[in-house]
Each structure stands twice: as C-alpha cells, then as structure tokens.
Design a protein around this ligand. Structure first.
Ligand SMILES: *Cc1c(COP(=O)(O)O)cnc(C)c1O
Length: 405
C-alpha cells in the first residue's frame, strides 16, 4: 500500500492508464512519486538508484536545489507572458548558450523534436538563400531526431512506418558511418547534413571521427550546413559541455533539449555565424517557448554543469563505470563517452529482461535494443553509486545465466 495517503498506487494508476491513455508507451512496472539526486522513490517508499535520469533530462540529479530554487522563485513572480514581449531570463540564456558554443543566434522551443524542426527550417531557408529550389537533408540510417513529421523524416527507421505516411520529402539517408556514401549523397541540392555525434536512441553508437570529418568537408564543398543533434549528448553528458568539443569538427548549428531544463521542458536551436540570420520575422515561433520558468531553470542547470570540476568528474565516473562493467560476466563490451554508456550483452541475454530485473533490484536503466543496456546516470553520480550499479548489473547478469570471460 502507498505510504502517502494522497497517492493512489501502482495498480489504480495502471487501471486509469489502461482506460484513458493512448497506447503509445510501454512502461516499466513502477509508479515513481519522488526523486532526490541519483535516487527515485516509488509509491511504496522503495528507493531506486536512477541510472537513466529521465532519459538524460535530470542530469544534475532529481530536484537539484538550484533548479528547485530557480523554478519556485520564478513561479511566484511570473510564469508566462508569450513571445510578444521581452523577458530577461530568456535573453540571458541565449547569451549563455551562444557564448558557450557556436557564437551565433538561438531559437527557443519546448522539446528536442522542436529544436530539430527549427534546425530543419534554418537549413531549408539557408539553402533557398543559396538558390536551391528543393533542398535536401542528409542523415545516417540509425539516427533519431524526433517524431514530428520533419524530425521523423530525418529518422529513417521510424519514417518507414507507412501507416503514418505520406512522409515529408527532401530527406536522404546513408548507412551509418559510411563516409563515402555520405560524400556521394551530398551535392548541389544539399541544405544540411544532420548528425547525432553519438547515436543515443539506437543504443549509444559514437559516430566515427572519419564520418564526422567527411561530413564537415562535404558540407564545406557545397556550402551546406553541418548540424549536430546534441539533444542527448549535450549539457555535459559526455564530459564536455557539448559533445562536438571532443570531436575533430565544429558544426554550424547544434540542437539542445533534454538536460537543458533540468526537468523543465525547453529546447534550443543554436547557430554559428553562418546560419544566424536565416530565420526572419514570420518564419517561426512558439507560444510557450523560453518562458521565464524554463529559462530560469536552464540558467541554473548551466551554472552547475558548465564547471570544469564537474565535467572532469563526468569523464572519471564514466571510466570507472565502463571499467567495472567490462569485467562483468555477460558483458561483451561498452560504448560511448563520459556518462553516456551503452553496454553490449552476450548473445542469448535479453537486454529488456535484464532491464526489468534491474528495476526489481532497485536500479533504473533502459534497453534501447535487444542486446544493449543504456546507462545515463546523473552527472553528479558518486563513486559508490557507480560501484553499486555495477554490482547490481553483475548480479542480474549472473542470475540470467551469463557465462563470463
Ligand atoms: C530525445 C531526442 C530527441 C527528441 O527529443 P524530444 O524532447 O523527445 O522531442 C531528438 N534527438 C535526440 C538525439 C534525442 O536523444
């Protein structure tokens, strides 16, 4: 029974969901009611170590005091006025995002998908400015950019769902990391190459430096924009504020969301100088975007994450996590950078079943593919929490019959 009388509990919540929600999600069998740092608590008061952080949203931990203070103070003063007027937190956040990355202009929105929609508009408008009548956007096969029709068209595997058609034209995909195919696909009609520097939803697959360099060169040759989707990799996740800082290339546009708001919905499309003037009055907009609460939260997040000591810890904790995982029976290898970690499991081990078993053992992770676990712990995770997670994953793998090395 729930310990808090205002909570109806898992069974009753599930019943409501069955009756009233569209069936778009497959949920883990738990009903969370509270979070603090790296921990979540269910309706029965049971504690879970959270190594998913709301899919890399609660990156500085659940209910971080700086975010809570920023949100509550702002909520008491002013919640919303729309984009018909100036608000200071939005302007300050734009400055901070621009100066910490590409140095151009920022368009705000409310999610990752919308950040990519904005980037697609920027790319198409930029291309029309170069005299391209039917601009194309090129991506790799297994990328994920979101589920609205523009972002979906740039997400080749999901765009094949014909029941959702017709899809938006003007999108091209090539095999993952195939530099040659990418260069062949980029030509005079190309508006942009849109890439995740590390593919997140497909199971944490870093895009190779070779492929990134080829993309940069191909874009430069035809005047196209190189766009990095940093919605999952950004805001410190990989051990630098932006993942591109650890690659050999600098993109022209980046998109951000997820961790940016520390739990509040906000997205941003951030340009360098080349694309900064593409969108003009009338081209784009959003009622909710960059409201005072979300932007105050984001300023508190950046104040916390944009700190060399924290980013160093992300790299160190990432190494500790991967070293521990690689010694476990049933683990074939790990992928990723910083605290964005994919765990490849031995053939015959079912990753979603391990994920469900870990949830029963009090560890939250997810399984983006049948043979892969994904770990996205909060960036403030402590060494003993890393060790506990590795221990729990080891116990679960052993119980599933993993063989070891
Ligand atoms: C999560 C994600 C998106 C979509 O973000 P939403 O906020 O769910 O719309 C897009 N691209 C990448 C790389 C993501 O990880």
């Amino acid at each position: 029974m729930p310990s808090d009388p205002s909570v109806i509990g898992l069974a009753a919540t599930r019943e409501l969901e069955e009756r009233y929600l569209m069936r778009t999600y497959k949920r883990g069998a738990v009903d969370f009611v509270r979070g603090e740092g790296a921990y979540l608590y269910d309706a029965e008061g049971r504690q879970y170590l959270d190594f998913l952080a709301g899919i890399s949203v609660c990156s500085i931990g659940h209910c971080h005091p700086a975010v809570v203070a920023a949100v509550t103070e702002q909520a008491e003063r002013l919640m919303h006025v729309s984009n018909l007027f100036y608000t200071e937190p939005m302007a300050r956040l734009a400055q901070r995002l621009s100066e910490s990355s590409l140095g151009g202009r920022v368009f705000f929105c409310n999610s990752g998908t919308e950040a990519n929609e904005a980037a697609i508009k920027v790319a198409r408008k930029h291309a029309h400015g170069r005299g391209i009548a039917a601009p194309e956007i090129v991506s790799f096969e297994s990328e994920f950019h979101g589920r609205s029709y523009g972002a979906l068209a740039a997400t080749p595997k999901l765009a094949r769902n014909e029941a959702l058609g017709p899809m938006l034209p003007g999108f091209v995909s090539v095999p993952d990391n195939d530099a040659e195919a990418l260069c062949a696909a980029v030509g005079p009609h190309t508006a942009a190459v849109l890439i995740e520097p590390i593919q997140g939803e497909s199971g944490v697959w870093p895009t190779t430096d070779e492929a990134l360099l080829a993309a940069r060169q191909a874009c430069d040759e035809v005047g196209a924009l190189l766009i990095f989707d940093e919605i999952q990799t950004g805001i410190g996740r990989t051990g630098s504020l932006w993942a591109y800082e650890q690659t050999p290339v600098r993109p022209d546009v980046i998109t951000s969301a997820k961790a940016l708001g520390g739990g509040m919905p906000i997205g941003a499309c951030i340009t360098g100088p080349a694309a900064a003037e593409a969108l003009q009055p009338g081209d784009h907009g959003s009622t909710f975007a960059a409201g005072p609460i979300a932007t105050s939260a984001a300023l508190a997040v950046l104040e916390t994450v944009d700190d060399p000591a924290l980013l160093r810890s992300v790299r160190e904790m990432g190494t500790r996590l991967r070293t521990g995982l690689e010694e476990l029976p049933g683990v074939v290898g790990t992928r990723g950078r910083g605290l964005m970690v994919g765990v490849a499991l031995e053939e015959g081990i079912d990753a979603p079943a391990i994920g469900a078993d870990l949830l029963r053992r009090g560890l939250v992770v997810n399984a983006p593919a049948p043979d892969t676990l994904r770990l996205l712990p909060p960036l403030v995770v402590e060494p003993d929490q890393i060790d506990r997670a590795v221990g729990l994953i080891g116990e679960s793998l052993l119980a599933s019959g993993a063989h070891g090395h």
